[in-house]
Design a protein around this ligand. Structure first.
Ligand SMILES: [Zn+2]
Ligand SMILES: [Zn+2]
Length: 407
């Protein structure tokens, strides 16, 4: 089974390309998944050159000439974009026979969103209040995504791993969010739903009454903003149709074609450059990012919240990655099995695990989860080298060892 270790360019620059590549191999991984384009964050990096690391939006390599001519949206370049690190990493990984995956954050970019508010998601009240979420319906955003995919593919990576190539959700549209209103899951979802002109036009093309959908979303959300109780129960598409009417449910469903066609165009662009696209599904983070304790419906069943239809996206990509953010091995197993059945036997499924907090309390728990993942998936990936203390990362080789014996 394939296995890669996620890493940030800051990790490789701090410790050196060779030593980090050797560490990944030593853990039993056969690949590195390195951020080529990333988003802003402040991360505790326990064994890094900086112990707390500031990251900015943008690319970690020089943008190729010619691909960006005439495009309105161009990703910012990181300060170190010109130092040739990713080109050097490609050489080193080739020499060691290690795969290199170009981890690419597409539509989550606060810098671009603040500079161009008209390409960000617009809520049902007409507010442009999600600067981090570029809307996948906007033609400029789609052109940007394709050029970014081509740019990363040209680094010679084995795959482009596409993060945030879908709609954003309300809970993470900016950094430093505050809300003192009791939003239930339904209201929170609706407040993150995009009603920009391009989304409405796409819905109308699909025969959906976008205005009725918008009015329904605003009516339900205004209920809690005006002091009412939130809609009870778990968020589901069927429940939404019942509560908010057909127009809204169909509006939400129409978003999946927006995402699927964008992913297909990006996959084609990546294939034209001689690489492969792996789509990263956000749903595992919706369910378990904060505590590793997903509850209720299976993770696969939450993907629609970001406009993702796994069964439709699987066939237009070369691989499908999910986030196994779960402590309980049985729950993880059920989630992986559901994706496996959505993708079919031939789809290549990768599962990302966090070897420490908040999902993994012990080496034994990680080993259990890796063993279960191996029965249903084609790859297990570990997130992320710079974010966990070295003793936590040391759980990885023991978890992978039984798989190496088996092959
Ligand atoms: Zn973010
Ligand atoms: Zn939109």
């Amino acid at each position: 089974m394939e296995s890669s270790l996620y890493a940030h360019p800051e990790d490789l620059r701090g410790e050196g390309i060779g030593p980090v590549a050797d560490r990944a191999l030593g853990y039993g991984c056969d690949g590195l998944t390195v951020a080529a384009a990333y988003h802003r964050a402040r991360d505790v990096t326990p064994h890094g050159r900086s112990r707390v690391t500031m990251r900015r939006d943008g690319v970690h390599f020089p943008l190729p000439a010619g691909l960006w001519d005439g495009l309105r949206l161009v990703p910012p370049s990181q300060d170190d974009a010109g130092d040739g690190m990713l080109a050097g990493l490609r050489q080193v990984t080739r020499q060691r026979g290690t795969r290199l995956h170009g981890w690419t954050v597409f539509l989550h970019n606060t810098t671009l969103g603040l500079a161009h508010p008209d390409v960000t998601q617009e809520n049902c009240f007409g507010d442009r209040a999600a600067p981090a979420d570029l809307c996948p319906s906007h033609p400029d955003v789609r052109a940007y995504a394709i050029a970014l995919a081509r740019s990363v593919a040209r680094l010679g990576v084995d795959t482009v791993l596409a993060e945030s190539l879908h709609f954003g959700v309300f809970g993470h549209g900016y950094h430093h969010e505050r809300c003192f209103v009791d939003l239930g899951p339904v209201e929170e979802f609706l407040l993150g739903l995009c009603f920009c002109p391009h989304c409405r036009a796409r819905a109308a093309q699909a025969g959906v009454d976008a205005q009725a959908a918008r009015v329904a979303a605003a009516r339900i959300t205004a209920g809690v903003l005006d002091g009412g109780a939130p809609v009870p129960g778990e968020l589901s598409l069927a429940g939404l149709a019942e509560r908010a009417g057909d127009a809204l449910a169909r509006y939400v469903e129409a978003r999946t074609a927006t995402v699927t066609t964008l992913v297909a165009s990006v996959a084609q662009a990546v294939a034209d450059e001689g690489s492969q696209l792996v789509f990263l599904d956000l749903a595992g983070a919706i369910k378990g990012y904060a505590d590793g304790l997903p509850t209720g419906g299976l993770t696969c069943e939450a993907a629609w919240q970001a406009g993702i239809d796994p069964a439709a996206i699987g066939p237009v990509t070369d691989g499908y990655a999910i986030l196994g953010y779960a402590r309980d091995p049985a729950r993880l197993s059920a989630d992986v099995a559901a994706y496996r059945s959505a993708l079919g036997a031939s789809g290549r499924l990768r599962v990302t695990l966090r070897p420490g907090r908040p999902d993994t309390p012990s080496a034994a728990n990680l080993a259990d989860k890796v063993r279960l993942v191996a029965t249903a998936a084609d790859a297990v990936d570990f997130y992320s080298y710079g974010l966990f203390p070295l003793p936590v990362l040391d759980r990885i080789p023991a978890a992978l060892a039984p798989l190496r014996l088996a092959r």
